[in-house]
Design a protein around this ligand. Structure first.
Ligand code: NI
Length: 448
């Protein structure tokens, strides 16, 4: 095509894709489907998303991508994980939660060093990019090294240092979390944001949480916390705190005055749901982890009806055991259908919304990510629909949730950069990541 003289040169033009996105010409709840679509990317942001051909002003592109036979979606948002736990994938399965933590996970984590965390997080980033995850929320330790992996891999993440007040180094851990926020917030061209990471109410007493809230106030950051994951934790809270659930307790101390991302929320009452909704708390629903550890079934349909911002998460790779958010979308749809004995619960469209815009809202990032709308950051994935399991094309939204696989993702753009093109990671030596992670994981097990 001839280059129009005097028209601004944009960076990337995707042509011919079937665009499926909430928000685009419709409501946040409704998926818009544009059959012959075009997306123009200017710098870090989407300049145009709509019918092809794009308006003349967006056609002079440095790079053009022919996306006929491809579906364009907003990148998936993994709202809860512990990235470096990829090193422990398959190390301890099929155990009771407290045995699993006390006998296997915590003893081996005591031997982890910063290099391990870097390579474990790199493995996680490679796995997530391949699965179309463009943003994740993380809570772990040696977070400088996770931040370096995010920087080096090209993915987007919101990072927090896990804080356990009952451990002897809790003051040091809080200092590290504060330094993480000071050093990394806005780094890697804005791809890295930060939060404080009080692990859970049962590991962080109120006096410690008050210190965390003071720091949050000073730094202007939010919280990433585990809430009401198991029934035992809720019963213990009610016994210790005058009948209050963990969510009521957090509300009573003012934690929800800060932007909060709450992982799990499995055992929640009607009153808890009302608090989560009225305080705008984001919920990270982890159906795979909740099923594998037998934590229970979060009342997600009730939360969504009450207007709670629910996104999806994988949790760490040793309670899942992968970081495939598309699988979580399918598990969420299936789990709540069988749990409610109602196949109309969590239809495909709602599951896909939770995997994208719902997650962005839960993380307080929906002004920048979660849908393919002009002005938003260009976090875009392309899926190959020329696969046997994608035919016939009755309903592509249904196909994405019920039939597509992570391996259908061919191309990933994050912050306007091509991070994976036609199945090849552009900035990472993938074999080096896989081999180094394998070596470090084997050495770790020898130390335990
Ligand atoms: Ni977790």
């Amino acid at each position: 095509m001839s280059q129009a003289v005097g028209v601004k040169r944009i960076d990337i033009l995707i042509e011919g894709a079937t665009i499926i996105s909430p928000g685009l010409g419709g409501s946040d709840e409704k998926m818009a489907v544009v059959d012959e679509g075009a997306i123009a990317i200017d710098g870090e942001r989407i300049a145009y998303a709509g019918p092809s051909p794009a308006p003349l002003e967006f056609r002079n592109a440095r790079k053009r991508i022919d996306a006929s036979c491809l579906i364009a979606l907003a990148g998936f948002v993994n709202t809860h994980t512990h990235a470096a736990m990829t090193l422990l994938r398959g190390y301890a399965d099929d155990m009771v939660l407290m045995d699993w933590l006390n006998k296997k996970i915590w003893p081996i984590e005591a031997h982890l060093d910063s290099e391990d965390v870097y390579w474990g997080a790199m493995l996680a980033c490679v796995e997530m990019i391949r699965a179309g995850v463009t943003t994740f929320a993380d809570q772990y330790f040696f977070m400088d090294d996770t931040a370096k992996a995010v920087r080096d891999s090209g993915i987007r993440a919101c990072l927090s240092r896990g804080l356990i007040a009952t451990s002897p180094d809790s003051s040091q851990a809080l200092r590290e979390n504060i330094e993480l926020c000071q050093t990394w917030d806005g780094a890697a061209n804005g791809r890295i944001t930060t939060m404080l990471g009080p692990h859970a109410p049962y590991t962080c007493p109120v006096d410690f949480l008050e210190k965390v809230m003071e720091a949050a106030e000073e730094l202007g950051v939010g919280m990433h916390i585990h809430l009401s994951e198991t029934l035992g934790e809720v019963e213990e809270s009610r016994a210790k705190h005058g009948g209050m659930s963990p969510i009521e307790l957090m509300d009573s101390i003012g934690l929800f005055g800060f932007r909060t991302l709450a992982a799990h929320c499995v055992h929640v009452s009607a009153k808890d749901i009302e608090i989560l909704s009225s305080k705008g708390v984001g919920v990270a629903h982890n159906p795979g982890s909740n099923m594998k550890i037998a934590s229970g079934v979060a009342p997600v349909p009730a939360m969504l009806r009450a207007g709670v911002k629910v996104g999806l998460g994988t949790d760490g790779a040793c309670s899942n055991n992968n970081l495939d958010l598309l699988e979580e979308a399918r598990l969420a749809a299936f789990l709540h259908k069988v749990a409610n004995n109602d196949p109309t619960v969590i239809p495909a469209e709602q599951a896909l919304t939770m995997a994208t815009l719902g997650g962005a809202k839960a993380m307080g990032m929906d002004s920048d990510i979660g849908s393919l709308e002009p002005g938003k950051k260009a976090d875009i994935i392309l899926l190959d629909m020329n696969k046997p399991h994608m035919y016939p094309k009755h309903d592509l939204t249904s196909h994405i949730v019920y039939s597509a696989r992570a391996s259908d993702v061919t191309t990933v753009i994050i912050n306007g950069e091509l991070v994976m093109e036609d199945g090849v990671l552009t900035g990472i030596d993938e074999q080096e990541v896989l081999q180094t992670a394998e070596e470090r994981a084997k050495a770790l097990v020898r130390k335990a």
